[in-house]
Design a protein around this ligand. Structure first.
Ligand code: FES
Ligand SMILES: [Fe+2]
Length: 388
């Protein structure tokens, strides 16, 4: 079990309205992060990016995950593979984390061992008399959904379809797999990765710190999902009457996804596919946050804006209005989240209680507490009678 007192975790799982938040050590103790790396990031399914990050045959990209990194490649047949980013000679990274290459083989920069795109060893200079067929790069269990690539490092996680549960059906009408990345921003946060998620799950703070966001959405609207199927927490919000989408002006620069229902055309959905992918779905575009836990008090966030390729290809297409709103909102959020992180190291901090409307925070904290207790990825249970 995680190195936290059991009664502190059971207090997180008390009925909604009586529960408290996770203990401060969950956000500050390196031993807790080490447990999370082993059990949540390496023992579960984790998003490592878009399949389009390796756009053409021979593309390679290294991505940090947990305590290691993996190499995504696309072979000459177009198949995306994920391999250990660790050379079988003496362990050098084959590509630096975050960097990309495009070449017919994977070449270690240390002593030039070369591997095929499927990971098998092609050439090891000056190595003789050993069985090189046993020295391929370790394949990593991986799966794709809606254009994203997910990996399970230890190979022991539940089947991928079970992990996704209801989320593909919820997002089906957006045809997310068709979308392409228009912009990517990188943020470094002086905060635990879970605080970024908890903040994402409530709009209680919106009227205070997001005046621009509140002009285009109705902060206390929508509902949160309560399904038991899938490792996600999330819900919906309504667009403000005069807003076509979430942008600084409220106007849209793109086309509404063609298969959306009239209800979906007026909604924004916020979904956290546990642990590290936040998917914010608008009628005409999608924004994602992919979170990497770096230290108890540090995480990196890759934020992307995805649009239909037809929009991206259109003369004069300019997504700055949508990107601008979310970049501003992100920075407002990071300020709040970093302030909360500072409290986690204070001797004066005590775990807080949740307000009405913070039910998705309760579901998320419950999922973390249940995982810590060895009960799997099970959300905090909101009573059927609860109305937001
Ligand atoms: S460590 Fe890769 S070739 Fe030596
Ligand atoms: Fe926010």
């Amino acid at each position: 079990m995680v190195p936290l007192p059991e009664q502190d975790l059971l207090a997180v799982l008390a009925p909604f309205g009586e529960s408290i938040m996770l203990p401060a050590a969950a956000y500050t103790d390196p031993a807790v992060l080490d447990w999370e790396h082993r059990h949540l990031f390496e023992g579960g399914w984790v998003c490592v990016g878009r399949a389009a990050d390796v756009p053409t045959p021979r593309s390679q990209q290294a991505v940090r995950i947990g305590r290691t990194s993996v190499l995504m490649t696309r072979d000459d047949g177009g198949l995306v593979r994920v391999l250990a980013n660790i050379c079988r000679h003496r362990g050098h990274e084959l590509l630096a984390c975050g960097s990309r290459a495009s070449r017919p083989s994977i070449v270690c920069p240390y002593h030039a061992w070369a591997y095929e795109l499927d990971g098998s060893l092609r050439h090891a200079p000056k190595v003789q008399g050993i069985d090189t067929t046993q020295l391929g790069l370790a394949p990593i269990r991986s799966a794709e959904w809606a254009g994203w690539v997910f990996v399970n490092l230890d190979g022991e996680a539940a089947p991928f379809e079970e992990f996704l549960g209801d989320i593909p059906a919820l997002l089906d009408a957006w045809d997310l797999g068709e979308l392409a990345v228009a912009a990517t921003h990188h943020y470094d946060l002086a905060a635990n990765w879970k605080l970024a998620c908890e903040n994402y799950h409530e709009c209680y703070h919106c009227p205070l710190i997001h005046p621009e966001l509140c002009r285009v959405t109705v902060a206390n609207s929508g509902d949160n999902y309560r399904t038991d199927r899938g490792a996600f927490v999330g819900g919906s919000m309504l667009l403000a009457e005069r807003a076509a989408t979430m942008s600084l002006s409220g106007a849209s620069c793109a086309t509404v996804r063609p298969r959306l229902s009239p209800t979906q055309r007026r909604q924004v959905l916020y979904l956290n596919l546990f642990p590290n992918l936040l998917i914010s779905v608008h009628p005409d575009y999608v924004m994602t946050h992919r979170i990497e836990a770096l230290a108890p008090d540090r995480c990196a966030v890759e934020c992307q804006w995805l649009f239909a390729p037809e929009d991206l290809a259109r003369d004069g297409f300019d997504p700055a209005d949508a990107i601008g709103l979310w970049d501003l909102t992100n920075r407002q959020d990071w300020g709040a989240v970093e302030s909360v992180q500072r409290a986690m190291s204070s001797p004066l901090y005590r775990p807080g209680v949740l307000a009405h409307g913070e039910d998705a925070v309760y579901q998320f904290a419950g999922m973390v507490a249940n995982a810590y207790l060895g009960r799997g990825l099970v959300r905090g249970a909101i009573p059927e009678t609860y109305a937001r």
